[in-house]
Structures are given as C-alpha cells and as structure tokens.
Design a protein around this ligand. Structure first.
Ligand SMILES: C[S@@+](CC[C@H](N)C(=O)[O-])C[C@H]1O[C@@H](n2cnc3c(N)ncnc32)[C@H](O)[C@@H]1O
Length: 214
C-alpha cells in the first residue's frame, strides 16, 4: 500500500527520535523474529512499536489459532495506517510504557512473548528504565522478550546503557547473528528469565534487611 510505504519516512522526518528508522523492517528481519520457537506455543503475544505492521503480519502467521495478539503504537499517523490495513482490532494507540495497565484493562493477563521494535538507542536512560520495567512486569516468569537493534546504533553510548539495562533485567540474554538483509543491518536479542520488579514494600524490606544484616 502506497501510504504505508511512505509513512515511516514521513514520520521519521517529522520525529526521528521516536520513529527510529526511515523504512519498515525487511521481510528477512520480520521472518527471523516470527520464526522464534517461543511464538508457536504462546497464548499471549504483545508487540511494541508496530510501525506499519510488517512484523505484526509475519508474527500473526506463526501464532496458534487461539492465541491473543495485541500491538501497541504511539504514533497516531502510523496507527491510522495500521487500522486502515487490518480489519482485526489488534492495534492499540498508546505508549509501551503503559503496557501493564493495558493488559490489566483488557483482562489479558501476562504475556508469553513480548516483541519490541522500539528505537532504544534514541531513548534517555530514564525512558529505557521505565520501558524495561513495564516489560518485566508484563511478562510471565518463563516468558521471552525479543527486541532488535541496528548495527549502526549499537556504537552509541545510549545503546550501551540499554545493553546494561537488559543484562540487569534478564538472567539470560542471547544475541543473534547480524541480519544483513535488513536496512540498516540489525541483530536480535532474545531475553529470558525476567528479574521480578520489586514493589515499594519489597524494596523497603530489602533495604531494611541489608541495613540490619551482619
Ligand atoms: C523502528 S520503528 C519500527 C516499526 C516496525 N515495527 C518495523 O519493524 O518496521 C519504531 C516504532 O516504535 C514506535 N514507538 C516509539 N516509541 C514508542 C512508545 N513509547 N510506545 C509505542 N510505540 C513507540 C514508533 O512510532 C515506530 O513506529
């Protein structure tokens, strides 16, 4: 669809930091994400940053018939393009930082797989922290978080902050080989065993224990 092809470029010119790319992910990157074994058995799958829906389309083909799929997009113009293309009500106009509340409002429960296209390297450390916390809160303990990054962005200091954030948030982080067929070339992270998010009471208890132990 013509409007879909140009909408990423148009939105990148308007807001480069939040859009993160000039064009949608290539079929090779979408296929690699959709081929994750974790998707085949998942009951609940969430996508963050749908863009024009190229990954959503591939992911939907990999899911069980009765799986629940929702996809969150913050940009109203891209959201409009999405709902014009898809008849099913998969897409939600909202920020990924509100994921726990969205899952609760829709009574979906926690996700087995969360796939992110968010442009991590453009985000401040505070926003990266807020988003990874929302993701950890929304994943089942045996859930999988999949995200990708552009090779060119991986040299930025903000990306190194994100990498540390991932290492703190998940006990197991796997990196894929580079997908050269994407523009720009990209690689995937598949993260397992989310570190539980401590409630304020649990934080106070942990602080108390550390103060009065030894
Ligand atoms: C790099 S693009 C990827 C788009 C598409 N999934 C793809 O792979 O081609 C990042 C997308 O994330 C969206 N986005 C950025 N910040 C967001 C947020 N806080 N919540 C939800 N979506 C966000 C942008 O509007 C954009 O559509």
């Amino acid at each position: 669809m013509e409007s879909s092809r140009w909408s990423m470029l148009r939105e990148f010119i308007r807001d480069p930091f939040s859009t993160g790319t000039v064009c949608s992910s290539s079929p090779s990157l979408c296929r690699q994400i959709a081929s994750s074994e974790s998707l085949r058995h998942a009951d609940v799958v969430v996508e963050l940053g749908a863009g024009t829906g190229c990954i959503s389309k591939h992911v939907l083909r990999s899911l069980k018939k009765d799986a629940t799929f929702i996809s969150i997009e913050k940009n109203p113009a891209l959201y409009k393009t999405l709902i014009a293309q898809y008849s099913q009500p998969y897409f939600i106009l909202d920020g990924a930082e509100n994921l726990p509340q969205i899952l609760q409002q829709k009574a979906i429960g926690k996700a087995d797989v969360i796939i992110s296209s968010l442009p991590w390297a453009s985000f401040s450390p505070e926003l990266q922290n807020q988003l990874t916390q929302a993701i950890r809160e929304s994943l089942r303990p045996n859930g999988v978080f999949i995200t990708y990054a552009y090779v060119c962005g991986a040299i930025l200091p903000s990306f190194s902050t994100f990498r540390k954030q991932l290492a703190r948030s998940f006990s197991n982080v796997d990196t894929s080989p580079i997908v050269w067929g994407n523009f720009p070339p990209a690689f995937l992270y598949q993260c397992r065993q989310p570190v539980p998010v401590l409630t304020d009471t649990a934080k106070r208890r942990a602080l108390h224990r550390s103060k009065y132990s030894c």
